[in-house]
Design a protein around this ligand. Structure first.
Ligand SMILES: Nc1ncnc2c1ncn2[C@@H]1O[C@H](COP(=O)(O)OP(=O)(O)OP(=O)(O)O)[C@@H](O)[C@H]1O
Ligand SMILES: [Mg+2]
Length: 360
C-alpha cells in the first residue's frame, strides 16, 4: 500500500527582498507517518523551506500542498495549529515561564488546568527537566541546551499530526542528544506524526530519518532516498562531500543481520561465544565477531526470538550483509517507511502559533 502524501512541494522558489535566492526550484513529497530528514550545508535554504510550509515565509512561486490543500490559500493561524514547529534557536516567549511556554497551544485549545499541568509535567520529564525545578523558571534562567529541550516539549504538547523541526537538538550535548533522539523516535512511532527534521548532523539524519533529502546551495535537491541508499550510493559529489567519511560504519548501524547472511551452526567452536540475535544491527554483529579470539576465522552463533540457533555469522557474512543492504537500497531507494502500523495518529490535534513568537 503506497503511503499517502502529506506535504508536497512543487517547483518552489523563494527569492528574498534583497535578491537572495534561498530556494531555486524545489520539489519533494513527505509521506504520511514518515520522518524526512532535510540536510545540507549552512545557508542552503533548509530553514526557509520549513518556514514556507507553515507560511512564516511566502514562496515567490511554486506550490506547497498540505494534505492536498494549497497552504498559500489556507488561513495561516489554522494552518499553524495543525503543524508543530521547533524553531532553530528556540524562540521561547521570554516573559513566560517554562510551564506557560509549553502550555501555549493547550491554552488556545481550552484544555483545563489539570490536563494541561499533567501534560506539561509529562513533557518536562520526557526532556529530562523535572517540573519541580523547571516549570516556574523563565527562559533566561535556562542554559541554551535546556531552552532547546523546552522548545521540543512545547512543539509536542498537543501531538500535532505534522511537525517541522529545525535543528531541534543542535545545542544539546552529544550524550543527551542521543537520549532525546531515542525518546523522539519512540514518540514519533507511537503517534505517527509526519515530520520534517532539519539537521546538520548526518548521523542524526540516518538515525531518525525514514528518508533523507540532501540539499545544496540555493535549495537544490541533490538526492532524496533512504539513509542506506544515500550512504551507499550518493547521487552527486555534493552529497558525497556532505556525508564525509564514515559511511561504512553508519551503514553497519542501519543494516541488520538476516537469515541469508548465515552459514551453518555446525562449525561454531565450543564453548560457543555469546550469540547475536537475528535482526541485530550489523554494528553489534561486527563487534561480536571482532571480539572473538583469532577473529579472522571466528564465527558467532545467531539466534532467533526464542533463543533457538539459526546459524552462524562470520566477518565475510557481515560484509555480504553490508553489500546486500547497499544493493537493496540501490534497487529501491525510497523504501523507507519503518512502521506501517502507525495508523493511530491523532488527526484532530492542533499545534503552536510560532508566527506570533518574538525573536529571542
Ligand atoms: N530574511 C532574509 N532576507 C534575505 N536573505 C535571507 C533571509 N533569510 C535567509 N536568507 C538567506 O537565504 C539563504 C538560506 O537561508 P536559510 O536560513 O534557509 O539557510 P539554512 O539552510 O537554514 O542554514 P543554516 O544551516 O545555517 O541554518 C541564506 O543565504 C540566507 O542568508
Ligand atoms: Mg537554518
Amino acid at each position: 500500500m503506497a503511503a499517502r502524501t502529506v506535504i508536497e512541494l512543487d517547483s518552489v522558489r523563494k527569492a528574498y527582498g534583497d535578491g537572495t535566492v534561498a530556494v531555486e526550484e524545489l520539489s519533494f513529497a513527505v509521506r504520511e507517518h514518515e520522518v524526512l530528514a532535510l540536510v545540507g550545508p549552512s545557508g542552503c535554504g533548509k530553514s526557509t523551506t520549513l518556514r514556507m510550509v507553515n507560511r512564516l515565509v511566502e514562496p515567490t512561486s511554486g506550490r506547497i500542498l498540505l494534505n492536498g490543500e494549497d497552504v498559500t490559500t489556507a488561513d495561516p493561524v489554522a494552518l499553524r495549529r495543525r503543524i508543530g514547529y521547533v524553531i532553530q534557536n528556540v524562540g521561547l516567549f521570554p516573559h513566560r515561564t517554562v510551564e506557560a511556554n509549553i502550555s501555549t497551544v493547550p491554552a488556545l485549545l481550552g484544555w483545563d488546568r489539570k490536563r494541561t499541568r499533567a501534560r506539561v509535567s509529562e513533557l518536562l520529564d520526557l526532556v529530562g527537566l523535572p517540573a519541580a525545578t523547571y516549570a516556574k523558571r523563565y527562559p533566561h534562567e535556562l542554559s541554551g541546551g535546556e531552552r532547546q529541550r523546552i522548545g521540543v516539549a512545547r512543539a509536542l504538547a498537543t501531538d500535532p499530526p505534522v511537525l517541522l523541526m529545525d535543528e531541534p537538538f543542535g545545542a544539546v550535548d552529544p550524550e543527551f542528544r542521543r537520549h532525546l533522539q531515542t525518546e523522539f523516535a519512540q514518540i514519533q512511532a507511537e503517534t505517527g506524526t509526519t515530520v520534517i527534521l532539519v539537521t546538520h548532523d548526518i548521523d542524526e539524519a540516518a538515525r531518525l530519518g525514514d528518508r533523507i533529502a540532501v540539499l545544496s546551495r540555493g535549495g537544490r535537491l541533490e538526492q532524496v532516498a533512504s539513509p542506506l541508499a544515500v550512504l551507499a550510493h550518493p547521487a552527486s559529489d555534493r552529497v558525497r562531500d556532505f556525508i564525509g567519511d564514515g559511511s561504512a560504519s553508519r551503514m553497519l548501524a542501519l543494516a541488520q543481520v538476516q537469515a541469508n547472511d548465515l552459514e551453518s551452526a555446525d562449525r561454531i567452536v565450543q564453548p560457543a561465544p555469546a550469540p547475536v540475535r537475528l535482526g541485530a544491527r550489523l554494528t553489534d554483529a561486527f563487534e561480536a565477531v571482532a571480539a572473538l579470539p583469532g577473529s579472522a576465522m571466528g564465527r558467532v552463533p545467531v539466534v532467533g526470538e526464542s533463543g533457538s540457533i539459526f546459524g552462524s555469522l562470520t566477518a565475510d557474512g557481515i560484509l555480504g550483509a553490508l553489500r546486500r543492504a547497499a544493493d537493496a537500497a540501490a534497487a529501491d531507494p525510497g523504501a523507507a517507511i519503518a512502521q506501517d502500523a502507525r495508523e493511530d495518529a491523532t488527526e484532530d490535534a492542533v499545534q503552536d502559533e510560532p508566527g506570533r513568537e518574538p525573536a529571542v
